[in-house]
Design a binder for this molecule. Sequence first.
Ligand SMILES: C=CC1=C(C)c2cc3[nH]c(cc4nc(cc5[nH]c(cc1n2)c(C)c5CCC(=O)O)C(CCC(=O)O)=C4C)c(C)c3C=C
Ligand SMILES: [Fe+2]
Length: 394
Amino acid sequence: VEARSETAGTASPGPHDAVPFYGEHQAGIVTPAQDRLHFVAFDVITDDRAKLVEMLRDWTLAAARMTAGLDAGALGAVGGPAQAPPQDTGEALGLPPSQLTLTFGVGGSLFRDAKGRDRFGIAARRPAALEDLPHFPGDALRPEISGGDLCVQACAQDPQVAVHAVRNLARIGMGVVSVRYSQLGFGRTSSTSTAQATPRNLMGFKDGTANLKAEETDQVRDHLWAAAADGSDWMAGGTYLVTRKIRMTIETWDRTSLAEQEAIFGRDKGEGAPLSGGKEFDEPDFAKVGDDGEPLIADVAHVRLAHPTSNGGARLLRRGYNFVDGSDGLGRLDAGLFFMSYQRDPHKQFVPVQRNLARHDILNEYIRHVSSGLFAIPPGVRDAADYWGAGLFG
Ligand SMILES: C=CC1=C(C)c2cc3[nH]c(cc4nc(cc5[nH]c(cc1n2)c(C)c5CCC(=O)O)C(CCC(=O)O)=C4C)c(C)c3C=C
Ligand SMILES: [Fe+2]
């Protein structure tokens, strides 16, 4: 089977190129955020540890192939026997790798299920950082689209390529996993590299300006990657992913004045500059007051509440996507932000920030958190003999 296109493997691949799969860390985290997402969470439906490990090995080989622009299996969509189902579903035939990354994670329920059972003999290896997230004021979480034993984040420049990858992993996992929920996303709402322009969310604001970026190597080391000293050897070089599906009442937002919209975020809508003055990438001056003696960036503005100075220095690598899941039957679009953040310890980073936002953020009048997920993202797969989760099961 031929690769659908030459792989590039450079630090900044072109839109059709491949992103290297093997490495110290998984791809799809500091990788410059691609335009499209297909996120999927799985339930493991067997108690057979050997079957789960075998599937993880099969997934890893298929993931390495698909991210290189190859069919999921060696015989491909059309190269196998006519009497058997094909080893690839075929909808990506002829498409280039399109910067596909597949990022694998495990949820707390894999270690101990809802009944407290240690189904796979790994309960003792559960990292403290995977402790359930607390309830936040205003949470309206739907259990059927929250949690999950396993997750895969597929990102690509072409939605067909991302969906193809998720679909083939689900196909390979038949009998071992079943899809719990999946989410499509478009128009990345964060930049993860200083080389990228800041995109906009569905509220029309630049999103990702003050994000943790790949080039900030010291900060990435301190705030993103887990170390063995954090308590779990098998997670060294890994990280933790928080997902929050956040519905926006965009119809109400669209009737809100420009001045109010800008006050809510604490940045201007055109350039994304802080309301305290300067340009997009200038630091906000939270102490600066206007002629009326009031702070130019309100006490309840999103950027003040989310800023590291309000949260003990905590930073996040945000990697979310816009979504529109059709309409809600009440004359409104079912739209919002599928928020994703990667961090070394969600309880020291995501939790304090979200606690602050849930209590005080005036943005809350326009948003509702409807799903939540927390996953351990193991370190990268080293070579073809290694597999997703090897450190956990090996
Ligand atoms: C708990 C973490 C966060 C949630 C949930 C969240 C939701 C959310 N954010 C926006 C839009 C913007 N966020 C911006 C900045 C920003 N947001 C968070 C965290 C969460 N946001 C952080 C840590 C920061 C950076 C703060 C800083 O250091 O200055 C911005 C400003 C531009 C930027 O820096 O990205 C916007 C705009 C929406 C719409 C939303 C929920 C729907
Ligand atoms: Fe935010």
